[in-house]
Ligand binder design. Structure first.
Ligand SMILES: Cc1cc2nc3c(=O)[nH]c(=O)nc-3n(C[C@H](O)[C@H](O)[C@H](O)COP(=O)(O)O)c2cc1C
Length: 309
């Protein structure tokens, strides 16, 4: 059964908060596409997790059997928060921009998620939370697009992308910006741009999941001949390889006719951030990691190459 972890972090309530409204809209789209799916909701503004204190720091250095009671408590909280992510197929995180960064409540949550032995392999340093989609619904009062005076000042998005990548996650961002235009007289001329940004975010959210995305298994693919499935797999893998945009020595021996295509991609075939996502039917259905075996799910009837990665 599919499971969604839905998190908000705005200090405003639903009436005032764009990220809360948009994340609620996304959760509703997800529920419609996943009847019978389950949801865990966490509100980081109303019930913030504690910052990583000295006990949390030491808990990450000392073996468990030598933990003090405070270290045990902090480690167990990290374990619980990581388990919450691991239990989810999809994580939906609402993030407003505060002082050019993510709210400190989001930073505290992420600090708990980064725990060698739980979310990162201590030997290889690879992230252990991959294999699930992570959608960030971002809202920001100003405008940060290319060519604007504050281009590059939004430090929440690059930080989240970097830190989550160390856990094996490749977040997708959907952003509504210029939310301050309506209430700030000096931004009145930006109201149409703000409306356009909101409309784009809403459209992207509404296209996130379709009912067919729920099941990449045999049921979905019934009616497709083996030949048709193989051609679909080839198309999916070709899409992956094209996106990697560099020479691939060996890829895609496509065997199984049951909705998955497999390939091992050489490390140098991957872009610098080491992971890409394959999208089929509007939702990421494969993560590609350097040197890793790739499982590319195919959504019968709704396969569409991604326009966003
Ligand atoms: C404490 C605080 C700090 C903020 N700092 C920024 C900022 O640095 N840049 C910006 O563009 N907007 C800033 N804003 C505006 C918010 O990003 C904007 O209102 C956004 O819509 C908040 O998300 P929400 O609507 O989900 O609450 C700030 C708002 C608050 C409350």
């Amino acid at each position: 059964m599919s499971h969604l972890l839905h998190i908000d972090s705005s200090v405003r309530n639903h009436r005032g908060s764009t990220s809360r409204r948009l994340s609620a809209r996304a959760a509703a789209v997800w529920r419609r596409a996943h009847p019978g799916g389950t949801v865990t909701y966490r509100d980081l503004a109303r019930e913030p997790v504690p910052h990583l204190c000295d006990a949390g720091g030491m808990a990450r250095k000392r073996p468990r059997e030598r933990h003090t009671p405070a270290e045990t408590w902090s480690w167990k909280l990290s374990e619980r928060l990581i388990e919450e992510v691991k239990a989810a197929d999809t994580v939906l995180l609402g993030v407003p921009l505060y002082n050019f960064a993510a709210p400190s409540s989001v930073k505290a949550w992420v600090d708990h998620l980064v725990a060698p032995g739980l979310s990162i392999d201590p030997e290889s340093r690879t992230g252990l939370l991959g294999g699930r989609e992570f959608i960030v619904i971002a809202s920001r009062g100003g405008g940060y697009g290319p060519g604007t005076p504050r281009e590059g000042w939004d430090h929440a998005q690059p930080w989240l992308a970097h830190v989550l990548s160390t856990l094996g996650l490749a977040p997708r961002f959907i952003t509504a910006e210029l939310t301050g235009a309506e209430s700030t007289p000096s931004m009145a001329n930006l109201i149409p741009l703000a409306a356009a940004s909101l409309a784009t975010a809403e459209r992207e959210i509404d296209q996130l999941w379709t009912a067919a995305d729920d099941d990449h298994g045999l049921g979905d693919l019934a009616g497709f001949s083996d030949g048709e499935l193989t051609r679909l797999h080839e198309k999916v893998m070709a899409e992956v390889i094209a996106r990697l945009n560099s020479p691939v020595r060996q890829a895609a021996p496509i065997g199984e006719p049951f909705g998955t295509a497999s390939a091992t991609l050489p490390r140098e075939a991957l872009p610098a951030d080491r992971t890409v996502q394959l999208r089929a039917g509007g939702t990421p259905s494969a993560r590609v990691e350097a040197g890793a075996r790739v499982e590319a799910g195919v959504c019968a009837g709704s396969y569409a190459p991604a326009d966003r990665w």
